[in-house]
Design a protein around this ligand. Structure first.
Ligand code: NAP
Length: 312
């Protein structure tokens, strides 16, 4: 039987509808909408798309989102100075620096920039203070992608407490916070990575399997326990026809899209998993829209001063 599709677009719309009156109430009380400063350095095409999506969603939700651009030639000092200005800004409640920053800024640049953001304005939840609070299960600002996954699971009434959860991927922005959020909801959590031995067998233990790897179609049906919930965080824009042919049968609509555009956005989960899983998030239309909805929610949280307990 085909898996139930978990509709991230609908869940994100519901979250945004719930936020709307709270944003309007903030704006009428404070005489200005919650403000978000988005920093984009250089001209990475994927980053341009992500940032455009965030600006559009913020505007539609009644937030004031400002795009602060720096050229690819900007120095780390330039970027840190911009973050400092946004930290001091009265009208910016949230700050987001779009990843990746140019390699020329140096190996530790991104970490230094995230560390420099005022934790009370850290709407991406990457600052070590916010990550530490997440470890202690008292975070107000948590990375949008993993918290969006939790929102989706809860809204779809997928039981988490007591479930066996397997997270494939241990990145700072997805895998690790995902594992912690599941643990705090009393799942029994295993985190896998590139050195995990017999990954399919470990994954097959999962009632909830989260794939955050960045490898198209990596999770095949043999990774999945029948009836499991599978969350596909992966987003890769594929231009290699061989990958598309491996994932989608001849005559499928997705192949047509690829033929027309020359590229296709795909997840880490092979479409055949739908024959085994009980529930599955699609790509696109699964986790992606939730990430943006949670960014909006975090901006309102930061604006409301919930983190520090003070009115900002
Ligand atoms: P990342 O930093 O590159 O981390 C990838 C993780 O996958 C690493 O922990 C890596 O293990 C693991 N991995 C790689 N190859 C593996 C293999 N063969 N077997 C087992 N594990 C393997 O990526 P990320 O930033 O977490 O992002 C993951 C994916 O999610 C990407 O496709 C990204 O585009 C997508 N993403 C989507 C959203 C959204 O809004 N939906 C948001 C963020 C990211 P090691 O640690 O051992 O190297």
């Amino acid at each position: 039987m085909a898996a139930r599709m978990l509709d991230g677009v609908a869940a994100a719309a519901a979250i945004r509808a719930e936020l709307a009156p709270r944003i309007a109430e903030f704006a009428s009380r404070r005489g200005r909408p919650p403000g978000l400063g988005i920093v984009l350095v250089g001209e990475n095409p994927s980053s341009e798309i992500y940032v455009r999506g965030k600006l559009k969603a913020a505007a539609e939700s009644g937030l004031q989102a400002d795009l602060e651009r720096l050229p690819a030639s900007a120095s780390l000092a330039d970027l840190l100075a911009l973050v400092d200005r946004l930290n001091r800004s009265e009208r910016h409640d949230g700050i987001l620096v779009q990843s990746p920053v140019p390699e020329a800024m140096g190996r530790d640049a991104e970490r230094r920039v995230f560390d420099a953001i005022d934790p009370a304005k850290d709407v991406d939840g990457f600052h070590p203070i916010n990550v530490g609070k997440l470890v202690q299960n008292r975070a107000e600002l948590v990375a949008g992608t993993p918290s969006g996954v939790i929102e989706l699971l809860e809204r779809e009434r997928i039981p988490i407490s007591g479930a066996r959860a397997v997270v494939i991927g241990r990145s700072e922005i997805v895998g690790k916070p995902m594992a912690l959020l599941l643990l705090h909801r009393s799942a029994t959590v295993t985190v896998c990575h590139s050195r995990t031995v017999d990954l399919p067998a470990v994954a097959r233990e999962a009632d909830i399997l989260v794939a955050a790897i960045g490898r198209p179609g990596f999770v095949t049906a043999d990774f999945v326990k029948p009836g499991a919930t599978v969350v596909d965080v992966g987003i890769t824009s594929v231009t290699d026809p061989a990958i598309v042919e491996r994932m989608y049968p001849e005559g499928s609509r997705r192949r047509d899209v690829f033929a027309k555009r020359g590229s296709l956005v795909v997840g880490d989960v092979h479409p055949q998993v739908a024959d085994v899983a009980g529930a599955l998030t699609p790509v696109p239309g699964g986790v992606g829209p939730l990430t943006i909805a949670m960014l909006l929610k975090n901006t309102l949280t930061a604006a409301s001063g919930l983190m520090t307990g003070r009115e900002r």
